[in-house]
Design a protein around this ligand. Structure first.
Ligand SMILES: [Zn+2]
Ligand SMILES: [Zn+2]
Length: 340
């Protein structure tokens, strides 16, 4: 099977590796679409690996001894590989599991953990069925396309009377615009890339503000001087996180979903949190119990999802796909393992 490997700084290859086999409740999924996420960073930095990716949708081709899925089922693979036994796993919050497992080791395979590949090995309970009326591209939004911002907006309870700030319009932030729009909230975004500014407006943003000196002033202008009700940070940039804290109203709520670089947020407990009454919340994914709710967002947002997914590349052209991601001139980019 074809599997992508990073072989040096901005260098990669498509390898031909052994196809994994099912074992127990570890089933084999033929990957039909592999959404591309932050792996371009490994390509840029030359982090040598042939185990790339954490997002995948496809068809179960060997269900092993599973009683949860069968061959032919269309499924989304949830990120990570978790124990299935701890309190977090049992409540559906597997993303916070502290006993992660190696699916290759557990299933006796030497391959099958990568999603930049043609086949994946996954424990059955981490596969979510895709309803018939939802395409693979749309189903793939249950991964990072709509997942993290959906989880964050559930946590901070974004409703139709809210004005929400969204900082950072990579694919996750753009997905946040779709989630905000589904909830009827007014989305004010902070992003400097003109391509992504325009895409956010097409997805339903009310306004996109470029980061910089006047950004806070503009946020306050747009919120009658009070500040916004809610905010999500999808940038991971400390200056943007600070801007969101300053741009929130008293009792506002902020969820962090963008992973930070090396700079740390300048936060002051008394003025920022006590006097202002802010709620600051970290959020990674969403609990499995919320899948039906996320499916509603996907069903209602099909036109927008078609705009968010700006490119598909055959797996053999993964280098072109990564080069594109490095320019930022794209929304969500998909890798197709079976087209050439
Ligand atoms: Zn667990
Ligand atoms: Zn992702």
């Amino acid at each position: 099977m074809k599997t992508v490997a990073v072989t040096g700084v901005e260098a990669c290859e498509v390898l031909d590796l052994e196809q994994p086999k099912a074992s127990g409740n570890f089933v084999v999924v033929k990957i039909m679409v592999s959404p591309m996420c932050t792996e371009y960073k490994a390509y840029k930095d030359g982090d040598l690996t042939d185990c790339l990716g954490h997002e995948a949708v496809g068809e179960v081709v060997d269900a092993g001894e599973s009683s949860l899925v069968k061959a032919g089922d269309r499924v989304v693979a949830m990120p990570l590989n978790c124990c299935g036994k701890c309190n977090y796993c049992e409540s559906g919050e597997f993303i916070y599991c502290q006993n992660r497992i190696d699916p290759c080791e557990c299933s006796g395979n030497s391959t099958g953990a990568a999603t930049y590949s043609q086949y994946l090995v996954k424990e059955d309970w981490m596969l979510v069925p895709i309803p018939e009326d939802i395409s693979y591209d749309e189903g793939a939004m249950m991964c990072c396309g709509l997942g993290p911002s959906f989880g964050a907006m559930q946590q901070i309870d974004v409703v139709d009377t809210d004005t929400i700030l969204i900082a950072g319009l990579g694919p996750v932030g753009l997905g946040g615009v779709i989630n905000a729009s589904y909830r009827g909230a007014r989305a004010i975004c902070i992003e400097g890339n003109p391509y992504r500014q325009e895409l956010a407006m097409e997805l339903g943003a009310a306004e996109v503000i470029a980061p910089g000196e006047n950004a806070l002033e503009r946020i306050l202008e747009l919120t009658d001087g009070a500040g916004a009700d809610k905010a999500i940070d999808c940038s991971g940039v400390a200056a943007a996180q600070r801007l969101l804290i300053d741009g929130l109203r008293r009792r506002g709520k902020l969820a962090f979903i963008g992973e930070t670089g090396s700079d740390s947020l300048d936060l002051h407990v008394s003025p920022d949190m006590i006097r202002k009454g802010l709620t600051l919340q970290g959020n990674w994914h969403y609990p499995l119990t919320d899948v039906p709710e996320l499916l509603k967002v996907i069903r209602a947002s099909k036109d927008k999802i078609a705009k968010l997914v700006t490119h598909h590349f055959p797996i053999d052209q993964v280098q072109d796909a990564w080069e594109l991601q490095l320019t930022g001139q794209c929304g969500k980019v998909m890798l197709d393992p079976w087209t050439s």
